[in-house]
Design a protein around this ligand. Structure first.
Ligand SMILES: [Zn+2]
Length: 173
C-alpha cells in the first residue's frame, strides 16, 4: 500500500513528511516514533527467553580447534559464541552486553549461565544477564564503580568519573 502511495501526486507531501521525521532528533520523541515498529505483531520482534550454559569463545578460533577448518585470519575473532556444555556453538549478538566478552578475557574463562533473547529471525542470541556457575552456586556478573555506585555491563572507564571499575560477582539463589 505504501509503495503505491509514493507514486501518486501526494509524493511531495510524503517526502516532506519524511524530512520532518528525520528532523525529529530528540531521544524521547525518537522512542515514541519507534515504539509502534516493535509491536507484538512484528515478527522480527518476536523472541523467546532462554537459559544457556557453557563458555564464551571466538567462533572462528573454536571451530578451527573442533573441526580443523580455518577461518581467514580477520574472521577468527569476528563472532562471539557460546560453546554449550552439549558442544554446540551458539552465536551471540554483539551489543554492549555481548561486547563485554570481547573486552574482558576473564569472562571467557568462566563457566557461565546466560539469560538470552532468541529472536525468531536470527540464530544469534542477545545476552540479557550473565551468571558464573561455580561449585554449584551462581554469581551474577557485572561491573561496578565504588566512587559513583553505578553498574556497568562491560569493562571500560567509569561512565561517570572516568576512573577504573571492577568486575563484580554477586551470589544469587
Ligand atoms: Zn565512577
Amino acid at each position: 500500500m505504501q509503495m503505491a502511495e509514493r507514486r501518486t501526486p501526494r509524493s511531495h507531501t510524503l517526502r516532506k513528511n519524511a524530512r520532518l521525521w528525520r528532523c525529529a532528533s530528540s531521544a524521547a520523541l525518537g522512542l515514541l516514533l519507534l515504539a509502534p515498529l516493535v509491536t507484538a505483531a512484528d515478527p522480527a520482534a518476536e523472541f523467546q527467553l532462554e537459559t544457556l550454559r557453557g563458555k564464551v569463545v571466538f567462533l572462528g578460533e573454536a571451530l578451527q580447534k573442533r573441526t580443523g577448518v580455518a577461518s581467514v585470519p580477520e574472521a577468527q575473532q569476528r563472532t562471539l559464541a557460546l560453546e554449550t556444555s552439549g558442544g554446540e556453538f551458539i552465536p551471540l549478538l554483539e551489543d554492549t552486553r555481548g561486547r563485554a566478552f570481547r573486552s574482558d578475557e576473564r569472562l571467557r574463562k568462566m563457566d557461565l549461565e546466560l539469560l538470552v533473547r532468541h529472536y525468531r529471525v536470527t540464530p544469534m542470541r542477545q545476552v540479557l544477564r550473565v551468571f558464573e556457575v561455580k561449585g554449584g552456586d551462581r554469581y551474577e556478573i557485572d561491573y561496578w564503580c565504588d566512587v559513583c555506585s553505578i553498574i556497568m555491563y562491560e569493562l571500560k572507564d567509569c561512565e561517570c568519573c572516568q576512573g577504573p571499575i571492577e568486575l563484580r560477582r554477586i551470589k544469587v539463589q
